[in-house]
Design a binder for this molecule. Structure first.
Ligand code: GRF
Length: 199
Protein backbone atom coordinates (compact mmCIF):
# COMPACT_ATOMS: atom_id res chain seq x y z
CA UNK A 1 0.00 0.00 0.00
CA UNK A 2 1.32 3.44 -0.92
CA UNK A 3 0.93 6.31 1.51
CA UNK A 4 1.79 10.02 1.54
CA UNK A 5 2.91 12.37 4.29
CA UNK A 6 1.78 16.01 4.15
CA UNK A 7 3.91 18.60 5.92
CA UNK A 8 4.78 22.30 6.02
CA UNK A 9 7.76 22.73 8.31
CA UNK A 10 10.48 20.92 10.22
CA UNK A 11 9.33 17.42 9.42
CA UNK A 12 10.56 15.64 12.54
CA UNK A 13 7.52 13.35 12.34
CA UNK A 14 8.24 12.77 8.67
CA UNK A 15 11.77 11.74 9.69
CA UNK A 16 10.44 9.32 12.29
CA UNK A 17 8.15 7.80 9.66
CA UNK A 18 11.00 7.54 7.14
CA UNK A 19 13.20 5.84 9.75
CA UNK A 20 10.46 3.41 10.83
CA UNK A 21 9.68 2.51 7.21
CA UNK A 22 13.37 1.86 6.56
CA UNK A 23 13.40 -0.56 9.50
CA UNK A 24 10.30 -2.31 8.07
CA UNK A 25 8.20 -1.15 11.00
CA UNK A 26 5.54 0.15 8.61
CA UNK A 27 3.90 -2.31 6.26
CA UNK A 28 3.43 0.30 3.53
CA UNK A 29 5.51 2.39 1.17
CA UNK A 30 6.04 6.10 1.75
CA UNK A 31 5.65 7.05 -1.91
CA UNK A 32 5.11 10.80 -1.72
CA UNK A 33 5.70 13.84 0.48
CA UNK A 34 3.31 16.73 -0.16
CA UNK A 35 4.47 20.12 1.09
CA UNK A 36 2.88 23.56 0.79
CA UNK A 37 6.05 25.43 1.77
CA UNK A 38 8.92 25.40 -0.74
CA UNK A 39 11.36 26.35 2.06
CA UNK A 40 10.35 23.62 4.51
CA UNK A 41 13.16 21.56 6.00
CA UNK A 42 10.88 18.54 5.59
CA UNK A 43 11.57 18.68 1.84
CA UNK A 44 15.29 18.18 2.49
CA UNK A 45 14.53 15.16 4.64
CA UNK A 46 12.36 13.68 1.88
CA UNK A 47 14.93 14.25 -0.83
CA UNK A 48 17.71 12.84 1.32
CA UNK A 49 15.64 9.67 1.72
CA UNK A 50 14.93 9.53 -2.02
CA UNK A 51 11.20 10.10 -1.64
CA UNK A 52 9.30 11.90 -4.35
CA UNK A 53 7.98 15.32 -3.37
CA UNK A 54 5.08 17.45 -4.57
CA UNK A 55 5.29 21.13 -3.69
CA UNK A 56 1.91 22.81 -3.75
CA UNK A 57 2.82 26.44 -3.26
CA UNK A 58 -0.21 28.59 -2.35
CA UNK A 59 1.44 31.41 -4.32
CA UNK A 60 0.94 29.32 -7.44
CA UNK A 61 -2.47 28.03 -6.34
CA UNK A 62 -4.13 30.83 -4.36
CA UNK A 63 -7.56 29.18 -4.56
CA UNK A 64 -7.87 26.24 -2.17
CA UNK A 65 -9.86 24.27 -4.72
CA UNK A 66 -7.04 24.52 -7.27
CA UNK A 67 -4.40 23.67 -4.70
CA UNK A 68 -6.31 20.58 -3.60
CA UNK A 69 -6.89 19.57 -7.22
CA UNK A 70 -3.11 19.66 -7.69
CA UNK A 71 -2.66 17.54 -4.56
CA UNK A 72 -5.22 15.00 -5.80
CA UNK A 73 -3.49 14.82 -9.18
CA UNK A 74 -0.24 13.90 -7.42
CA UNK A 75 -1.93 11.40 -5.11
CA UNK A 76 -3.57 9.65 -8.06
CA UNK A 77 -0.30 9.51 -9.94
CA UNK A 78 1.23 7.57 -7.05
CA UNK A 79 -1.82 5.45 -6.19
CA UNK A 80 -1.90 6.81 -2.64
CA UNK A 81 -4.29 4.96 -0.31
CA UNK A 82 -3.48 6.71 2.98
CA UNK A 83 -2.56 10.29 3.87
CA UNK A 84 -0.68 11.13 7.09
CA UNK A 85 -0.78 14.81 8.01
CA UNK A 86 2.35 15.71 9.95
CA UNK A 87 2.48 19.42 10.69
CA UNK A 88 0.56 20.34 7.53
CA UNK A 89 -0.50 23.89 8.34
CA UNK A 90 -3.70 24.13 6.34
CA UNK A 91 -7.22 22.93 6.84
CA UNK A 92 -8.39 20.57 4.10
CA UNK A 93 -11.80 21.28 2.58
CA UNK A 94 -14.82 19.18 3.55
CA UNK A 95 -14.88 17.94 -0.02
CA UNK A 96 -11.29 16.69 0.19
CA UNK A 97 -11.92 15.06 3.57
CA UNK A 98 -15.03 13.30 2.25
CA UNK A 99 -13.14 12.03 -0.79
CA UNK A 100 -10.58 10.34 1.50
CA UNK A 101 -13.00 9.46 4.30
CA UNK A 102 -11.24 7.35 6.99
CA UNK A 103 -8.02 7.47 4.99
CA UNK A 104 -6.50 10.64 6.44
CA UNK A 105 -4.62 10.57 9.76
CA UNK A 106 -3.35 13.52 11.75
CA UNK A 107 -1.09 13.95 14.75
CA UNK A 108 -1.94 16.61 17.30
CA UNK A 109 0.37 17.63 20.19
CA UNK A 110 -2.24 17.38 22.95
CA UNK A 111 -4.60 14.83 24.43
CA UNK A 112 -7.70 15.56 22.37
CA UNK A 113 -10.35 16.78 22.86
CA UNK A 114 -8.27 19.09 25.06
CA UNK A 115 -6.34 21.94 23.46
CA UNK A 116 -7.47 21.80 19.86
CA UNK A 117 -5.93 24.29 17.45
CA UNK A 118 -2.51 25.50 16.42
CA UNK A 119 -1.03 26.28 19.88
CA UNK A 120 -1.69 23.12 21.84
CA UNK A 121 1.64 23.02 23.69
CA UNK A 122 1.40 26.64 24.83
CA UNK A 123 -2.27 26.26 25.71
CA UNK A 124 -1.64 23.16 27.85
CA UNK A 125 1.18 24.92 29.72
CA UNK A 126 -0.90 28.06 30.31
CA UNK A 127 -3.90 26.08 31.46
CA UNK A 128 -1.75 24.30 34.03
CA UNK A 129 -2.69 20.70 33.25
CA UNK A 130 -0.35 18.15 34.85
CA UNK A 131 -0.51 15.63 32.00
CA UNK A 132 -0.48 16.06 28.23
CA UNK A 133 0.72 14.16 25.16
CA UNK A 134 0.08 13.51 21.48
CA UNK A 135 -3.02 12.12 19.77
CA UNK A 136 -3.22 10.35 16.41
CA UNK A 137 -6.73 10.56 14.98
CA UNK A 138 -8.71 10.21 11.77
CA UNK A 139 -9.43 13.50 10.06
CA UNK A 140 -13.06 14.52 9.67
CA UNK A 141 -14.73 17.79 8.70
CA UNK A 142 -14.53 18.74 12.39
CA UNK A 143 -10.95 20.06 12.81
CA UNK A 144 -9.05 18.07 15.50
CA UNK A 145 -12.31 16.26 16.25
CA UNK A 146 -12.06 12.92 14.42
CA UNK A 147 -12.03 9.42 15.98
CA UNK A 148 -8.94 8.81 18.11
CA UNK A 149 -6.52 6.02 17.19
CA UNK A 150 -3.64 6.32 19.68
CA UNK A 151 -2.68 8.63 22.54
CA UNK A 152 0.31 8.69 24.83
CA UNK A 153 0.65 10.75 27.98
CA UNK A 154 3.55 12.54 29.65
CA UNK A 155 3.71 14.67 32.78
CA UNK A 156 4.21 18.43 32.79
CA UNK A 157 6.90 19.58 35.22
CA UNK A 158 6.79 22.83 37.12
CA UNK A 159 9.88 24.17 35.37
CA UNK A 160 8.74 23.17 31.87
CA UNK A 161 8.63 25.77 29.13
CA UNK A 162 7.29 25.45 25.58
CA UNK A 163 10.61 24.17 24.30
CA UNK A 164 11.13 21.48 26.92
CA UNK A 165 7.52 20.31 26.76
CA UNK A 166 7.54 20.24 22.96
CA UNK A 167 10.65 18.06 23.05
CA UNK A 168 8.93 15.55 25.36
CA UNK A 169 5.71 15.50 23.32
CA UNK A 170 7.66 15.15 20.07
CA UNK A 171 9.48 12.11 21.39
CA UNK A 172 6.12 10.41 21.98
CA UNK A 173 4.78 11.58 18.61
CA UNK A 174 7.71 9.96 16.87
CA UNK A 175 6.89 6.66 18.51
CA UNK A 176 3.07 6.57 18.11
CA UNK A 177 2.70 7.98 14.60
CA UNK A 178 4.61 5.24 12.77
CA UNK A 179 2.71 2.70 14.92
CA UNK A 180 -0.68 4.14 13.90
CA UNK A 181 0.28 4.15 10.22
CA UNK A 182 1.38 0.54 10.49
CA UNK A 183 -1.90 -0.44 12.18
CA UNK A 184 -3.81 1.17 9.32
CA UNK A 185 -1.59 -0.44 6.67
CA UNK A 186 -2.20 -3.89 8.16
CA UNK A 187 -5.96 -3.32 8.10
CA UNK A 188 -6.08 -3.40 11.89
CA UNK A 189 -8.17 -0.27 12.43
CA UNK A 190 -11.95 -0.17 12.30
CA UNK A 191 -13.94 2.99 12.84
CA UNK A 192 -17.14 2.42 14.81
CA UNK A 193 -18.80 5.80 15.25
CA UNK A 194 -16.50 7.88 17.45
CA UNK A 195 -14.45 4.85 18.48
CA UNK A 196 -11.57 3.21 16.69
CA UNK A 197 -11.32 -0.51 17.29
CA UNK A 198 -7.77 -1.86 17.09
CA UNK A 199 -7.70 -5.49 16.06
C1 GRF B 1 3.79 18.28 15.55
O1 GRF B 1 3.96 18.73 16.86
C2 GRF B 1 2.38 17.81 15.33
O2 GRF B 1 1.77 17.34 16.49
C3 GRF B 1 1.68 19.03 14.82
O3 GRF B 1 2.65 19.71 14.06
C4 GRF B 1 3.94 19.40 14.55
C5 GRF B 1 4.79 19.00 13.38
O4 GRF B 1 6.13 18.90 13.71
N1 GRF B 1 0.51 18.67 14.07
P1 GRF B 1 7.18 18.31 12.69
O5 GRF B 1 7.11 19.16 11.42
O6 GRF B 1 6.82 16.88 12.43
O7 GRF B 1 8.50 18.46 13.38
Amino acid sequence: MNFAVFCSGQGTNLQAIIDAAKKNRIKAKLALVVCDNPKAYALKRARRAGIETAIVDPKRFPAREKLEAEIIRNLNKKGIKLIALAGFMRVLSDRFVRKYRNRILNIHPALLPSFKGAHAIRDALRYGVKVTGPTVHFVTEDVDGGPIILQEACGIKEDDNEKSLLARVHKLEHSIYPKAIDLFARGNLRVAGRRVIIK
